[in-house]
Write a protein that binds this ligand. Structure first.
Ligand code: G3H
Length: 474
């Protein structure tokens, strides 16, 4: 039986026709697919209607359904991971990890929601000057309405549920616009929520190209909150959207500052993992290493030894480096590499590309005049800038228009704290590569890296409003 079929373009450039991919318990998803403006309107209308009832559903019941969805999601980790492998060339093991991590996120969110939303405040008026004890104020958290969730291609499941779960536990409805690459995995994930028994219309999935339906969705008068992860588009959305809460994560140029006393084996392991996992297609990837000159030769050698061991090839074989998501991404990465070549960077490996597959490349002696020093390749190419002082590293990091995460490696915690304070990024990791998880940690970017803070608790708070009721005594 063909449960669901679609044609999707894969990272290696070929078209994949997916048929009968899902387990037999999964029903067709055609009702969730909207493309025309009329269909988008319908999805938002249903979400608006369903939300009213959902907001009145007891909190424990909402949590119960989320726990159920989490379990179903984990049960279906194999077919969903298969979609991730085929659609976005995520290495097989990482694809499974993404689904399991997503199930855990949904469960944690259900538990946290019960705690955060289950309590309010009680204030009395006579604590403010000039007032008698004649007013009692009760606060609670109420939902916003319809939340529009727009996750990126690199985590079509995890960065979708990180928006869906907090929205639902808070009593909101969801309209999900999945990424073009990764849409099938996202549809399957949404279907797990449907199987859990969430009310009809509460969770809709609107597929289509951002360029075609993006503005219509983000400027829709019935959307009450937008949670977006992606690139520059987020800046445009924030300029065009109405007066609604926005949560945005828009990429980064995460710097890794390496001091002279750092454990260089630890640094090399973290730079390779941080810079090259999922072929560098993570907003938290290490995107520039700023290394003290005195230790640079030793560190570069250690990194190169590890780069040589990275496997390159198809995601099905669980290779470390797999094709990047589109041809245009590969072309962009190549532009940065060519620019670095022309301007004299040292190529630690030969530049090699086959279709969308780009071999891992470490560029040493990168100068500030090279594009790779400032731009985000979102690919397996990592620049090393040799610095004379910590201040020089901090200056380079802070001159970026991005400010997502950064990291510093040193054995001296006092120095690490000083560097952390000085780095203009939403998070600084001490002695580890940047990363968003664990998913309940706050996650935020400064400057062009975003607005608002994510992480489970922050997302729940962001997707609610405070409501007060005041009892006036005679
Ligand atoms: O690509 C952006 C993600 O938020 C990064 O998440 O650190 O778990 O890979 P990650």
């Amino acid at each position: 039986m063909v449960m669901f079929s679609t044609t999707t373009q894969m990272a290696n450039g070929t078209n994949l026709h997916l048929e009968n991919l899902f387990l037999s318990s999964i029903q067709p998803l055609t009702k969730s697919i909207s493309r025309s403006k009329e269909e988008v309107n319908k999805a938002i209308e249903s979400a608006k209607t369903a939300q009213k009832l959902w907001a009145k559903t007891p909190l424990w019941k909402r949590a119960e359904l989320l726990h159920k969805a989490a379990a179903i999601l984990k049960e279906h980790k194999a077919p969903i991971a298969e979609c991730l492998v085929k659609e976005i060339a995520k290495p097989a093991k990482d694809a499974v990890t993404e689904v399991v991590r997503s199930g855990d996120l949904v469960s944690y969110c259900a538990e946290e929601g019960v705690r955060v939303l289950g309590e309010g405040k009680f204030l009395v008026s006579d604590s403010f000057p000039g007032n008698e004890r004649t007013k009692y104020c009760l606060t609670s958290k109420i939902p916003l309405g319809v939340v529009l969730a727009i996750p990126p291609f690199n985590y079509p499941v995890n960065l979708a549920v990180s928006k869906i779960a907090p929205a639902l536990i808070s009593g909101n409805s969801i309209v999900l616009k999945p990424p073009t690459q990764g849409a099938v995995a996202a549809l399957h994930m949404v279907h797990c929520f449907h199987l859990a028994g969430f009310p009809k219309g509460l969770i809709s999935c609107v597929t289509g190209k951002g360029s075609e339906i993006g503005d219509f969705l983000t400027m829709h008068p019935d959307v009450n909150c937008i949670s977006f992860t992606g690139g520059d588009t987020g800046i445009a959305i924030s300029k065009k959207s109405a007066m609604i809460p926005l949560q945005m994560e828009l990429g980064g140029k995460d710097a890794c500052i390496v001091l002279e006393d750092a454990d260089l084996d630890l640094v090399a392991a973290n730079i390779v993992k941080g810079g090259f996992s999922y072929s560098g297609q993570r907003c938290t990837a290490v995107k520039v290493a700023l290394v003290m000159k005195s230790v640079a030769d030793t560190l570069v050698k250690k990194i190169n030894d590890k780069v040589a061991k990275l496997t390159v090839g198809p995601p099905e074989d669980d290779c470390d480096i797999t094709p990047v998501v589109t041809e245009s991404s590969a072309n962009f990465i190549e532009e940065l590499v060519k620019d670095a070549k022309e301007k004299g960077a040292t190529f630690c490996q030969e530049y090699k590309r086959k279709g969308n597959l780009i071999w891992p490349l470490l560029l040493d002696n990168v100068g500030a005049n090279m594009r790779i020093a400032r731009e985000e390749p979102f690919g397996p190419v990592l620049p090393v800038i040799r610095i004379n002082s910590v201040e020089e590293g901090i200056l380079h990091c802070n001159s970026s228009n991005f400010g997502l995460q950064g990291c510093v490696f040193t054995k001296d915690i006092n120095k690490a704290m000083l560097v952390s304070d000085a780095m203009e990024t939403g998070t600084v990791q001490i002695n580890s590569a940047p990363a968003r998880g664990p998913d309940h940690f706050p996650f935020q970017g400064l400057k062009d890296s975003g607005i608002g803070s994510q992480g489970i608790t922050n997302s729940i708070n962001m997707m609610t409003k405070v409501k007060t009721t005041i009892i006036n005594l005679p």
